[in-house]
Design a protein around this ligand. Structure first.
Ligand code: GTP
Ligand code: MG
Length: 181
């Protein structure tokens, strides 16, 4: 195969503890969901291949730990990232407020984004299935306002449990990451 038609893209997933980062990845890559909570320790990646136009894209998706003591993964980890996925839980206000910190942390650590507004971030508002949406505390409007204030970050509402919007959201990730390389 013509190597110019291949791309390896590094994607970093960040967000508070328990918002569903690992579950989103497992749903996307393995079509699996577990109610059981196993907190991620450190960071690890999975890969997923997909075809975008004439390109065979390999997404290398780095899952990170939301736990505070694992937060500073260091600049070596973030370096070379092609896209950063931020995740919050629409039912937990604090996980939305912390997005500022995750965004800032990434901008500080990643060597490349001289212009953070030009770097491809994307936001997932996860767990929209919980209680049929009645325990939701962060509105879609509020989330979209935050995205607008950070240079028009694309926004997807997802449910890792139901698989809702997960493929669409990661397809957007892949397209954005591909544009930058
Ligand atoms: P850390 O690794 O500790 O940072 O957490 P995480 O962000 O990887 O969260 P994880 O995917 O482990 O999910 C935490 C808990 O939320 C688990 O019990 C999941 O089953 C549950 N969960 C994740 N996504 C969803 C969702 O979309 N809907 C519902 N109802 N539960 C979810
Ligand atoms: Mg995890």
């Amino acid at each position: 195969m013509d190597m110019s038609r291949r791309a390896l893209l590094k994607v970093i997933v960040l967000g508070d503890i328990g918002v569903g980062k690992t579950s989103l990845m497992n749903q996307y890559v393995y079509k699996k969901f577990s109610q059981q909570y196993k907190s991620t320790i450190g960071a690890d990646f999975v890969t997923k291949e997909l075809q975008i136009d004439d390109k065979l894209v390999t997404l290398q998706i780095w899952d990170t730990a939301g736990q505070e003591r694992f937060q500073s993964l260091g600049s070596a980890f973030y370096r070379g990232a092609d896209c950063c996925v931020l995740v919050y839980d629409v039912n937990i206000q604090k996980s939305f407020e912390t997005l500022n910190n995750w965004h800032e942390e990434f901008v500080k650590q990643a060597a490349d984004p001289a212009d953070p507004d030009a770097f491809p971030f994307i936001l997932f508002g996860n767990k929209i299935d919980v209680d049929g949406g009645s325990s939701r505390v962060v509105s879609e409007k509020k989330a979209r306002e935050w995205c607008a204030s950070r240079g028009d970050i694309p926004y997807f509402e997802t449910s890792a449990k139901e698989g809702y919007n997960v493929h669409e959201a990661f397809l957007c990730v892949a397209k954005m990451a591909l544009e930058g390389v």
